[in-house]
Design a protein around this ligand. Sequence first.
Ligand SMILES: Nc1ncnc2c1ncn2[C@@H]1O[C@H](COP(=O)(O)OP(=O)(O)OP(=O)(O)O)[C@@H](O)[C@H]1O
Ligand SMILES: [Mg+2]
Length: 425
Amino acid sequence: MSDASKIFVDINIDGIDHFVGTMWYSIRKNRGFSSFQYSEEWQANPEAFSIDPAISPLHSKEVFRSGNKALFGCFEDAAPDRWGRMLIRRTFNDAAKASGKHPRSLTDIDFLLMVDDLSRMGAFRFRIDKEYLAVPTANSIPPMIRLRELLQASEKVEERPEARNLLLAPGSSLGGARPKACLLSPDRTLNIAKFESSKDEYDVVLWEAVVLHLASECGLNVPYFQIENISVSKTDRKTVLLEKRFDRAGASRIPYISTMTLLNASDNNSEDYSYLHISEKLSEISSQPTKDLRELWMRIVLGILISNTDNHLRNHGLIRTSAGWRLSPLFDINPNPENRIFSLSIDLEGNNDIKTALEVAEYFEVPKTKAKEIIKSISIALQNWKHTARKYGCTTSEISRMEPAFEHTELDIALSFTSSIHHYP
Ligand SMILES: Nc1ncnc2c1ncn2[C@@H]1O[C@H](COP(=O)(O)OP(=O)(O)OP(=O)(O)O)[C@@H](O)[C@H]1O
Ligand SMILES: [Mg+2]
């Protein structure tokens, strides 16, 4: 691409940086364009893999991003979303104003390259020359002990520049719209902290923990998580959900792509996709397709029964293990008591019910009889939802408010299945 900026892309695997290829990026008529070419080094590497299903490693030439997106999906997955962009944009504008300049508008590539190198999602690292971009000067990712400070800063980002400065590096590295930040455990592992939002009408974060707990009781693959109850004033306490980052193993990074990238979809056409599309691609790409398909199918059943409606294509992902791609642990699940309008449906007819889940089970390599047993055992585990919610400290009024998310005809249908198994191992 002539007239384009050139960015070298490395990927860190098992602590070693590999030069994967070159990205070219340009802006014409306010629109970003990019292309990518694998390096000869990566193509010659016996361990090499495709960093994005849209860019096959067999391509020896420059590949252009098609459609109306500026960046390839694998890079979008490493870039911030609404919350991180807000932090970066405002901090950038503050700095420009402080030096008497008019801030220029930031593009997708700016946001990608400004994300703190240490906590950036997945395993990519970017450089223009030899030096990596956005490498922290010191202590960019705070230790757990500063959790309260970060939580308080997250509540003041709108009005306080110093709160934005504090959150910039640890807070802008992950996608999603809700307030969050990364923190280091005493053993130096990376964690994500999810905070309450000022717009929340109930304790959204606490309910995320409740359903993660229920999901793990149903036998699903859930990242290690815990709840912290932080006192922010004499009368006020806030919930924080801490999760271990599944794209890190100690100091090593683990490549990650969302299912948006897996399907080469975009926000504009995501209604053209369903869980069946994910299952098809997953069976091609996963190194353990039988296990991953079953896990995905169980997530569908769980999602129906807890009304996890915000199940869009960026809320599922894959990680790259030494054996190949695997479905990532479950994340961003939330019960919705308001409606049962799912972002992603089982099929393109928009079905999201137990009957359809059972009908499609075989596409996920789950035989019908096994499927019935699993549905039954998940529904039995979920029957305890009030007990789990109370254990997590949800109030009686919040529990009643949440009832429509858990108590509906789909639960009755699931419970009506006969099965000799009472709990799925
Ligand atoms: N435990 C984890 N380990 C590694 N990455 C994670 C983890 N949890 C979430 N992520 C990454 O961070 C992103 C944002 O997290 P999450 O989806 O939970 O946030 P959110 O703000 O609630 O999102 P949304 O806007 O979809 O509601 C995810 O898309 C995923 O890429
Ligand atoms: Mg999300």
